[in-house]
Design a protein around this ligand. Structure first.
Ligand code: GLN
Length: 444
């Protein structure tokens, strides 16, 4: 029964060693009992799910891993949560994340880091590290994350699970707390590709409350066909080589050769503007973040600092409420958008974004999918990179180009190095998740 399944997960969460959840729902059992007594027959009837703590669930705290949202409880459900509840899912709780989804390690959370279940001294990746770690640790069968520059795929790779960043516009962003609107998508995290497709059939689709939502009917589970005969794979050389761990490079080539043995063909290709993607991504993401985070002023949500007048209160709230990485990004983003520098940084980054998109467009007529490592390195030690933001930003070098272009990409496990999982990234054409899922399904 839904009650038994939910009770099992709550018990496992109770013994957790990874700090994957910020909030465990006290309503989960009650919800499960209701589903049993109603005889709910939705596609996810009684299936528990964990939700990243930047996606609004009515009645559960939504902290975004930040002190500034301490005590804030959203009064409404995100679009994806409405869909999950209609389908009969049981919300287990809200998962840990880098503060406002800014990071690649889940170490910038106000609630402390999450540990990687494969090695408790290592990070789970980020920013959706809580969501992927709880799936990998058996503390939830499914989870939702958000991916602005790699935040679903990087932790999926580090934790040895599957994570999909859908095409921009495929899943409504209504109810996700915005970090960088033009880049982010909500997406599913699970133990296998079938579960990813089941979740996509529930959460994807048009929503009038998100002006970037696209009305496009896709049947995700129908794509689960075990056949890649004739599939044309492009291997962009900019994603491999220098800076990539040799075992990761080897595992990705082994995967490509496995596809070949199953009837696919591959060819190396060059995407010359990819090398500028990381710089462009960080300018755009920080610029959008500096604008989005202006709303946290102590007046409307969560934590409020004390001050004798409004200015003092706002400045105290933001000084005490935001962590170091968030402040760094607000400062850099404000600088990139300011008069005199706007053309030099922000506009230039947008032009580079167009070039990156053109690189993807130009290979899309030739290849059905592209394949690359999800991350150049496996999970690193907690504390190893946190004082060196530029090194940390390099973790996103293979994932952020995909967000600039808005195309779909999945990370699937493809091997191990020193006992740590490696992720293969399968990148598709816009709204061609079916081909991406078919390839991933055949591979796993
Ligand atoms: N690590 C990237 C960043 O810090 C991506 C984060 C994300 O996808 N939310 O911006």
């Amino acid at each position: 029964s839904a009650e038994e399944v939910t009770a099992h997960y709550l018990e496992t969460i109770g013994k957790s060693k990874i700090n994957g959840y910020i909030t465990v729902s006290d309503k989960a059992l009650e919800q499960a009992k209701r589903i049993d007594s109603e005889g709910h027959n939705g596609p996810l009837a009684g299936v528990p799910i964990a939700i990243k703590d930047n996606i609004s669930v009515a009645g559960l705290p939504n902290s975004c891993g930040s002190k500034i949202l301490e005590g804030y409880v959203p009064p409404f459900n995100a679009h994806v949560i409405e869909k999950l509840l209609e389908a009969g899912a049981v919300i287990l709780g809200k998962t840990n994340m880098d503060e406002f989804a800014m990071g690649s390690s889940t170490e910038t959370s106000y609630y402390g880091p999450t540990a990687n279940p494969w090695d408790l001294e290592r990070v789970p990746g980020g920013s959706s590290g809580g969501s992927t770690a709880v799936v990998a640790a058996g503390e939830a069968p499914f989870a939702l994350g958000s991916d602005t520059g790699g935040s679903i795929r990087c932790p999926a790779a580090f934790c040895g699970v599957v994570g999909l960043k859908p095409t921009y516009g495929a899943v409504s962003r209504h109810g996700v707390v915005a970090y960088a609107n033009s880049l982010e998508q909500i997406g599913p995290i699970a133990n296998n590709v079938t579960d990813i497709a089941v979740l996509m059939d529930v959460i994807a689709g048009y929503d009038h409350r998100d002006s970037t939502s696209i009305d496009c009917e896709i049947e995700y589970q129908k794509a689960l066909v075990d056949n890649v005969k004739g599939l044309k794979i492009g291997v962009p050389k900019e994603f491999l080589g220098e800076g990539t761990h040799p075992d990761i490079e080897k595992a990705v080539w082994n995967a490509i050769h496995k596809f070949e043995s199953l009837g696919a063909t591959w060819e190396e290709v060059s995407m010359p503007n990819i090398k500028y993607a990381l710089a462009s991504y960080y300018i755009i993401a920080m610029s959008e973040a500096s604008s989005n985070l202006a709303r946290f002023d102590g007046t409307r949500y969560g934590f409020r600092g004390s001050g004798e007048n409004w200015h003092a209160m706002v400045s105290k709230t933001r000084a005490e409420g935001f962590g170091k990485e968030v402040k760094r990004r607000i400062l850099l983003g404000t600088y990139a958008l300011s008069a005199g520098y706007h053309d030099k940084y922000y506009l230039k980054a947008l032009k580079v974004r167009t070039l990156v998109k053109q690189d993807f467009d130009s290979v899309s007529s030739k290849f059905d999918v592209l394949m690359a490592p999800t991350t150049p390195n496996p999970a690193f030690k907690i504390g190893e990179k946190i004082e060196d933001p530029l090194t940390l930003y390099l973790s996103d070098v293979n994932t952020c180009p995909i967000n600039l272009a808005g195309v779909p990409s999945i990370s699937v496990p493809c091997g191990f190095t020193d006992g740590l999982p490696i992720g293969l990234q399968i990148i598709g054409r816009p709204f061609d998740e079916p081909t991406v899922l078919r390839a991933a399904y055949t591979f796993e």
